[in-house]
Design a protein around this ligand. Structure first.
Ligand code: GAR
Length: 201
């Protein structure tokens, strides 16, 4: 079994979608080791507890990045986590954290990277006037929203859309492709050449 640690900061809808798929057996070989939030108020913690998962509040406020990430590494290693999934985790990771889980950290980002990295990607794309946006699941490297891309889903901008209606439709796709990307990574049926993830089989 590969043990997944999910890191969140807030609402936790991606975490919930992943957990539902794992609990339903849709991601063979995966189990959820823990859900950890860097904010005590993260709504996703209650959702995770309600699903019978271990949900841990590990507040980051006031701690510098290295000190906090050392705690996080400790919590994840104590639970033998194989794969770390960032699901709306709104805090940059230190180089030490990334080295602790080399090519074993995934992130979901609500745009078609490399367009619109950073905060409020859906609003950035909408305000820019793009006709197609979407979402991306990628391996995490030491640069923001940058590592090799595993899956992307396009979402067209429709007449009458607002940034919020666009965000909602992107979120529906996020919930689908994150579990699919985890399934691919856990199956091991991929290889990475340069920054290209080549899916096998
Ligand atoms: C999601 O839209 C996710 O893609 C985004 O935060 C939201 C979290 O929602 N992540 C980022 O912007 C990371 N750069 P959720 O807590 O309901 O999953």
């Amino acid at each position: 079994m590969k043990r997944i640690g999910i890191l969140i900061s807030g609402r936790g809808s991606n975490c919930e979608a992943i957990a539902k798929n794992v609990l339903a057996g849709n991601i063979p070989g995966a189990e959820i080791a823990a859900v950890i939030a860097n904010r005590t108020s993260a709504a996703g913690l209650d959702i995770a507890r309600g699903m019978g998962l271990e949900a841990i509040a590990l507040p980051s406020r006031g701690l510098d990045r290295e000190a906090y990430d050392a705690q996080l590494i400790g919590e994840l290693n104590a639970r033998n986590v194989d794969l770390v999934c960032l699901a709306g985790y709104m805090r940059l990771l230190s180089a030490s954290f990334i080295r602790a889980f080399p090519m074993r950290i995934l992130n979901i980002h609500p745009s078609l990277l490399p367009a619109f990295p950073g905060l409020d990607a859906q609003h950035q794309a909408f305000d820019y006037g793009v006709k197609i946006s979407g979402c991306t699941v990628h391996f995490v490297d030491e640069h923001l929203d940058h590592g090799p891309i595993i899956l992307q889903a396009p979402v067209p901008v429709l007449m009458g859309d607002t940034a919020d209606t666009l965000s909602s439709r992107i979120l529906l796709e996020e919930h689908k492709i994150y579990s699919e990307a985890i399934r691919i990574v856990i199956s091991g049926r991929y290889r990475i050449e340069g920054r290209t993830v080549i899916l096998e089989g």
